[in-house]
Ligand binder design. Sequence first.
Ligand SMILES: Nc1ncnc2c1ncn2[C@@H]1O[C@H](COP(=O)(O)OP(=O)(O)O)[C@@H](O)[C@H]1O
Ligand SMILES: Nc1ccn([C@@H]2O[C@H](COP(=O)(O)OP(=O)(O)O)[C@@H](O)[C@H]2O)c(=O)n1
Length: 228
Amino acid sequence: MENGAAQPVIVAIDGPSGTGKSSTSKAVAAQLGLSYLDTGAQYRAITWWMVTNGIDIQDPSAIAAVAGKPEIVSGTDPKDPTITVDGTDVAGPIRGQDVTSKVSAVSAVPEVRARITELQRSIAASAVTGIVVEGRDIGTTVLPDADLKIFLTASAEARAARRSGELKGADLHTTREALVQRDAADSSRKTSPLAKAGDAVEVDTTELTLTQVIECVVTLVEEKRAGK
Ligand SMILES: Nc1ncnc2c1ncn2[C@@H]1O[C@H](COP(=O)(O)OP(=O)(O)O)[C@@H](O)[C@H]1O
Ligand SMILES: Nc1ccn([C@@H]2O[C@H](COP(=O)(O)OP(=O)(O)O)[C@@H](O)[C@H]2O)c(=O)n1
């Protein structure tokens, strides 16, 4: 389109846990009038369903056999993102320790990834003004043609401190160990591991405030839109 009629803009934000993906993505999307998709919430939601239905998390073939069953719906308003499974609001339970400790095993199963990836692509394709999609494999696998790809990083210490702050004073060492372990599992799985796309812009957020990270990403999106 020419003369200012904006094309939908697709922004992929990837990175390990606690680098600021969710906070940054929501703020950038709200500021720019874009939709927002938290793909981690979708993997957490399918994990919640597996746990609730007594599926053996150690058995990839058992997970694969039922991967198509739960209906996962994501609300993409950055000011009020929602997530339901078969009509039940699971926004609270998916953040619990039980789901967090099992999500890497469930999300490593190729049938789970195929199902969720298809859902993510259809949500992105239907975003009228565009969308900010955050996760682990968005730039590499889900939306390889995204207009802008960002890869957020931060030291394990900074990420653990941020997370234990959220978990109301959870032990820093335990939080750090769990986080590093989950990153290792996510980075080493065979199917679309956590990885930086070759054409992604890497932003180390260790020494940046959240406001600085948001400003940085908004500027990058605006530069892209201006055709720089
Ligand atoms: N640059 C930053 N500096 C300090 N705290 C941050 C920064 N970015 C995010 N946070 C805080 O760290 C926590 C984790 O951020 P979040 O956006 O959920 O990360 P992710 O989605 O990558 O796991 C949140 O409490 C958030 O407010
Ligand atoms: N695109 C994605 C997003 C999340 N995930 C999985 O989902 C888990 C939870 O993601 P999340 O974004 O909610 O995690 P946090 O960064 O919030 O801790 C990750 O640890 C991955 O196992 C994935 O495999 N691919």
